[in-house]
Design a protein around this ligand. Structure first.
Ligand code: IPD
Ligand code: CA
Ligand code: CA
Length: 260
């Protein structure tokens, strides 16, 4: 069952990825949902392709997708879809964007894919069965301490308390690690933690479609995901901390007292 769900997610992500790459030089209309929060007709087209593929096989499943919202049914199954994560990068031709698809049963993510069509990297995970990159098993980095870590983050769109805290954390982590990257696609950031390319990642104010697939990827690669209090993460949390596990406590400590 889970294999078939994963297979459907992969077929949908590849099809959407082909469409996204073909549209790279013809973005259509670019709109602002909020300040610097972009959406293109390619986001909407990609979402349509993905939902069509899901509906072909699972017409009664619920879907929560960024551009069209929630289509709820009586089903215990729900697909959580980000048709392009990293739209700003896509619009500017910066090659760090992806399609993210997770399928849940009663809020538990069973299977997920994140597809980076530019680099042809297909990240996939199944609960209890590991995470893979183009069929190669993934595991988080062995980096034992924060001072040797490369981290990633993203910043909330709006000014406010969490924006100021993000900036303080950036400064703090930048001074105490090998560096901090801000690449602009949270689903891929999480996959890079799963792949051991980053040792940790934190961000405020993400949405379920940004994190649903990536959280499973990190967990199945042997890493840890929590909120900023160290509690088990949910896709509905407005805070996420993901790491290789070894540096998690140290990151939590810095988040609690950013000037430490
Ligand atoms: C955004 C990206 C970005 C994160 C933003 C998200 P979008 O998603 O994941 O890295 O910092 O908060 O909204 O809008 O490109 O799908
Ligand atoms: Ca997103
Ligand atoms: Ca998006």
């Amino acid at each position: 069952m889970t294999e078939t769900l994963l297979e459907t997610a992969e077929i949908a992500a590849r099809k959407a990825g082909r469409y996204i790459m073909a549209s790279i030089s013809d973005l259509g209309q670019v709109d602002e949902k909020g300040r610097a929060n972009l959406v293109t007709s390619v986001d909407r087209g990609s979402e349509k392709i993905i939902i069509t593929e899901i509906r072909k096989r699972y017409p009664d499943h619920a879907v929560l997708a960024e551009e069209s919202g929630a289509a709820s049914t009586q089903s215990d199954f729900r697909w959580v879809v980000d048709p392009i994560d990293g739209t700003t990068n896509f619009v500017h031709g910066y090659p760090f964007f992806c399609v993210s698809i997770a399928v849940q049963k009663k809020e538990e993510t069973l299977a997920a894919v994140v597809f980076d069509p530019f680099h042809d990297e297909m990240f996939r995970a199944m609960r209890g069965k590991g995470a893979f990159l183009n069929h190669k098993p993934l595991s988080v980095s062995p980096t034992p301490q924060l001072s040797d870590a490369l981290l990633a983050t993203g910043f909330p769109y709006r000014d406010g308390q969490s924006w100021r805290h993000s900036m303080a954390l950036f400064q703090n982590f930048y001074a105490s690690t090998h560096g901090v990257r801000r690449d602009g696609a949270a689903a891929l950031d999480l996959c890079y933690v799963a792949a051991g390319r980053f040792d940790g990642f934190w961000e405020y104010d993400l949405n379920p479609w940004d994190v649903a697939a990536g959280i499973l990827m990190v967990q199945e690669a042997g890493g840890k995901t929590t909120d900023f209090q160290g509690q088990t993460s949910s896709i509905h949390d407005k805070q996420i901390l993901a790491s290789n596990g070894h540096i998690h406590a140290a990151m939590l400590e810095s988040i609690r007292s950013p000037s430490a």
